[in-house]
Design a protein around this ligand. Sequence first.
Ligand code: PSU
Ligand code: MN
Length: 317
Amino acid sequence: MVADLAHAWLAFSTAVTAAKAAGRPLVALESSIIAHGMPYPENIRTAREVESLIRAAGAEPATIALIGRRIRIGLSDDELELLGRSDHVHKVSRRDLPAVLAGGGLGATTVAGTMICAALAGIEVFVTGGIGGVHRGAQQTFDISADLQELATTSVAVVCAGAKSILDIGLTLEYLETHGVPVLSCEQDNFAAFYTRDSGYRADFRLDDAAGQARFIRTKWDLGLKGGVVLSTPVPEAAAMPSEEVDALIQQALNEATAQGITGKAVTPFLLARIKALTGGRSLATNIALVKHNAEVGARLALALAHAERGKGEVLP
Ligand code: PSU
Ligand code: MN
């Protein structure tokens, strides 16, 4: 009943509908990265490239956004363009979904918002750039991204290049542990830090191949352990930024945010835009490279999940 009421809000694109009919696995993509995370026209170009990479790997991309009072699962080229160009796109997390669906307007979904919509649409794998987390100084500000609470409850695997060190990565991992969210890593032992490969913190489990990742995730969900899984993979070496440089710029951007009294949902977009400006756009190239790499990892995971082995349920002597 509840599911039926929710499904009335979903609208699948023809490409996604065809992929579902053909049994091709779907990979969800967020739209806040397009509307708020990158400037035009790089945002649209990247969104299209990411979609092509996923298709080339044998899966179907489903970019998620709120358009015309519907949760759109899969967007046309024109719709991507609309989201990428408009200055009036709501940033939609769990709290904002009913406001934009009931009230209208364009909505670009964050990690939390996209996870909710992907789960409603039956999509198990979601590719993003970096997840939100516990902000530095959260002991005072209470600024903890709704992404973390969503990972605690919504059963979607989120492929990312870790989290930006605009956040307190240690506290972010503590929060995920408290809520039973497994943090997997591939290609290295440590959790990634978005612009740089190494956050300095170990991920919970290293699983390099998609079959192993899929077995882990399938087992969790088969056991009835609801909630997300984070799969971290580092930005390709050639595109990574030097960490001393990133650390200094992040500190500067954080100081500016405090000085200007930036709070709430404006904090993350402010920091992203400042870091881009302070690096003269070089951080954008890194951002694009990591999202494309995440797309390849996510597509392999979606294919593997479609065939993942399940427990046999035999009676042991
Ligand atoms: N981190 C990034 N790039 C992003 C975001 C986070 O490196 O584009 C976006 C994602 O959509 C994420 C959201 O879900 O910001 C988190 O915002 P907040 O910190 O306000 O919860
Ligand atoms: Mn926040």
